[in-house]
Write a protein that binds this ligand. Structure first.
Ligand SMILES: [Ca+2]
Ligand SMILES: [Ca+2]
Length: 429
């Protein structure tokens, strides 16, 4: 390699010949040494590297390429990652062996729906979901589907129904990952309720729940990365999630919690004294107290979940249904120990499937108010129900949303009763 080429590649001998000097620069300036049979290097032969290029220069070029590759990865990486110690491997699978109950779901609206991520039910028992085709669709009690409102948004996630006292003006509230929090009403259609908080645009709103006093509590999965880049948020492992509150009487949005690990599902307790917020890549859900002596404080509700918690819904008996995205914690344990691996994956997204595989398997868990798992339903192969993102109990049926399906799954719960109720006649915490 001549001096010009060295300069083009940006190499010059450092003033202090440190380790880097010997590793990177020395091979480029070392005397040319040719393999036996290559004479002075002018002999053209495959054995002589590229015929003319000396062996030391070959290794120099390789090293230069490696250096450029490394610089590309570290200096242009979209993340500034932290290492993360995940909790010990989940043991709940010992208590709840994998089953195939979710393979028995009845498919509702098959083919009419596209990736129905969340579901909600109004006081008349009409079920709503947002389809990726821009429609909010609803299922009437007589079994007919209706294209209810065209929102012209493919980025709707969590839904809820407001519960006004007279039930005259109940609206559907939806999280739009681009616009923020939307109100969708029968007469007026869609209106943005909250698009900014503290002067910053709300992006990646994920799930919402309405309290009986009209307040809306909703999550922002990440203030740094959008839905397409969810894996960057996970790789960075810095908590960019938020829990927000929208007060309709003041038309104000405020931040209740900051620094959540991918804030996802949000649910209210039966007495509305606390919220439960899911942190997907932390494999846990936390409680945020709204009332009582602990008001404003947080505590762990459930951790070491056997999957990343997505949406969460209150069940009529006061327990919660949590949909679990089947992130493989085995792969993540390794990734979270190495910042270099994180930079590498962030720079080459095709490696995500290798290092952060999401199984097709579907799992939902029923969690008691004390944080104990009561029931667990799976589709171990994902052949019927895969990537379940929400589970809502209504009229003794479980309704399952999925970003990977073209239907809503319906599971009659009478076939899978709560064992605590079976044994004791009443629900026990
Ligand atoms: Ca929801
Ligand atoms: Ca969600």
């Amino acid at each position: 390699m001549n001096e010009n080429m060295r300069m083009r590649l940006g190499f010059s001998p450092p003033a202090n010949k440190n380790k880097a000097y010997f590793r990177i620069y020395l091979p480029l300036v070392a005397p040319k040494v040719y393999p036996p049979g290559c004479g002075n290097g002018r002999t053209s032969s495959k054995r002589c590297c590229s015929g003319y290029v000396p062996a030391a220069a070959c290794s120099g070029i390789v090293l230069a390429c490696l250096l450029a590759f490394t610089l590309q990865i570290f200096f242009f990486s979209p993340i500034s990652p932290d290492v993360l110690e995940l909790p010990l491997a989940v043991t709940s699978s010992d208590l709840f062996p994998t089953n195939s109950y979710l393979q028995s779901v009845i498919k509702l609206g098959e083919g009419l729906l596209k990736g129905p991520e969340d579901v909600c039910v109004d006081r008349n028992g009409v079920l709503y979901t947002a389809s990726r085709d821009g429609w909010i669709k609803r299922l009437h009690r007589n079994g007919t589907w209706e294209n209810w409102k065209f929102i012209d948004s493919h980025t709707l996630l969590g839904l809820t129904i407001t519960t006004t006292k007279d039930h005259q003006n109940d609206d559907l509230i939806a999280c739009d990952t681009e616009k923020g929090l939307l109100k969708v009403s029968e007469e007026a259609g869609a209106k943005v309720l909250a698009s900014h908080v503290n002067g910053s645009k709300i992006s990646f709103a994920d799930d919402v729940i309405a309290a009986s006093d009209g307040n809306l509590y909703f999550s922002v999965a990440s203030t740094k990365f959008g839905p397409e880049d969810w894996y960057l948020d996970l790789l960075e492992a810095k908590p960019h999630g938020q829990l927000l509150k929208y007060d309709p009487s003041l038309n104000e949005t405020s931040i209740l919690l900051d620094g959540l690990g991918f804030a996802n599902g949000v649910a209210l307790s039966r007495d509305e004294d606390y919220l439960v917020v899911c942190e997907t890549w932390k494999f846990r859900c936390i409680k945020y107290w709204l009332k009582g002596k602990s008001k404003g404080e947080t505590e762990i509700f459930i951790e070491n979940l056997p999957g990343g918690p997505d949406n969460i819904n209150l069940a009529p008996d006061g327990s919660f249904w949590v949909a679990l995205v089947q992130l493989s914690s085995r792969g993540l344990e390794f990734v979270h120990t190495s910042k270099a691996t994180k930079h590498l994956i962030a720079s080459f997204p095709k490696m995500i499937k290798v290092f952060i595989p999401i199984d097709k398997k579907a799992t939902v868990v029923n969690v008691a108010p004390n944080g104990n798992i009561i029931r667990k339903f799976d589709d171990p192969t994902g052949n019927v129900m895969s990537l379940v993102t929400s589970a809502l109990e209504f009229d003794d049926n479980l309704y399952l949303g999925s970003l990977n399906s073209n239907f809503i799954g319906k599971l009659p719960l009478k076939n899978y009763p709560n064992p605590a109720v079976q044994q004791h006649g009443t629900h026990k915490d």
